[in-house]
Design a binder for this molecule. Structure first.
Ligand SMILES: Nc1ncnc2c1ncn2[C@@H]1O[C@H](COP(=O)(O)OP(=O)(O)O)[C@@H](O)[C@H]1O
Ligand SMILES: [Mg+2]
Length: 267
């Protein structure tokens, strides 16, 4: 058995939100237990409102759990200063989450600046990060977010998340709003970064095909509950009807592609 402790561990975690105006509270995360091993790339898949974002935000204490236990690198997150915790965990927001009135360099360098690094060091770190996410330094440093394509914005978002050299990266539907080719290129590039930097990555997606192609392991959420977790091969053996439903599309695509696109084609 693998004795290494998980890098992120959720144990019986629940979180509800006030429904507002006398409505019933919403149980956004319902008794979830999930371990993420060091170096693992885990995808969280589930429909809209299934609690994916809430689970991710609990890990870096953007919100606090009602009950249960969350550990990051073995430490109870409640015992850690949230700001210090967030510096150890890179976070890529759904729509990039860049500050619109700050340049690319300013956005990427925001955490190093908060950490009080000297300007020259920040500047060279920004260049290094631009290289890492494959954006030309000279061309992109001074641009503003509205002068970038969606894919470029997400690359800047990834660079910013990596600025303080975190071991853990959390990504909330990072490639969701992109066209398929851009999305594919970015997914592959991030997968390479994950390996090269020895990261532990948790990525939310509503796209099971993307999860299968990028992640080592997949956790499936539905109505706040974790209904299944495992490798794609393990999930395909799950008896859960919802998991079966989620796997139907990638399966059908794979079968049709095999027929329509013979392996010995010219391109
Ligand atoms: N800050 C909040 N206040 C009230 N309800 C919330 C809040 N955040 C999330 N919720 C509710 O919790 C449930 C899960 O939301 P979320 O975690 O964002 O789902 P997902 O990311 O899977 O779409 C939803 O019903 C949502 O409306
Ligand atoms: Mg969400």
């Amino acid at each position: 058995m693998n004795a290494a402790p998980p890098l992120i561990a959720f144990a019986h975690v629940s979180k509800s939100f006030d429904g507002g105006r006398g409505a019933k509270p919403v149980l956004a995360v319902d008794d979830v237990s999930l371990d993420v091993a060091g170096g693992e790339f885990l995808a969280i898949v589930g429909g809209s409102g299934s609690g994916k974002t809430t689970l991710l935000r609990l890990a870096n204490r953007l919100i606090d759990a009602d009950s249960g236990d969350i550990r990051v690198e073995g430490e109870d997150v409640r015992a850690v200063d949230p700001v210090a915790l967030r510096r150890r965990i890179g976070y890529v927001f759904q729509s990039g989450g860049l500050f619109p009135h700050i340049s690319v360099a300013g956005n990427i360098g925001i955490t190093p600046k908060l950490l009080g690094l000297p300007a020259a060091e920040i500047s060279s770190r920004v260049d290094e990060l631009l290289d890492l996410v494959r954006l030309d330094r000279a061309q992109y440093r001074g641009r503003f977010p509205h002068e970038l394509s969606g894919g470029q914005r997400q690359r800047v978002g990834v660079a910013r998340a990596l600025a303080a050299r975190p071991k853990i990266v959390l990504m909330d539907e990072p490639f969701g709003a992109l066209d398929p080719l851009t999305r594919d290129a970015l997914g592959d590039d991030f997968r390479d970064l994950h390996r090269k930097l020895g990261l532990t990555t948790v990525m939310i997606t509503h796209d099971m095909t993307e999860a299968i192609l990028l992640a080592d392991r997949i956790a499936v959420m539905r109505a706040g509950r974790l209904v299944a977790q495992g490798t794609p091969a393990e999930l395909s053996k799950s008896g859960d009807a919802y998991v079966g439903e989620l796997l139907r599309t990638p399966r059908r695509q794979a079968e049709r592609l095999q027929v329509l696109l013979p392996r010995d084609g010219a391109a």
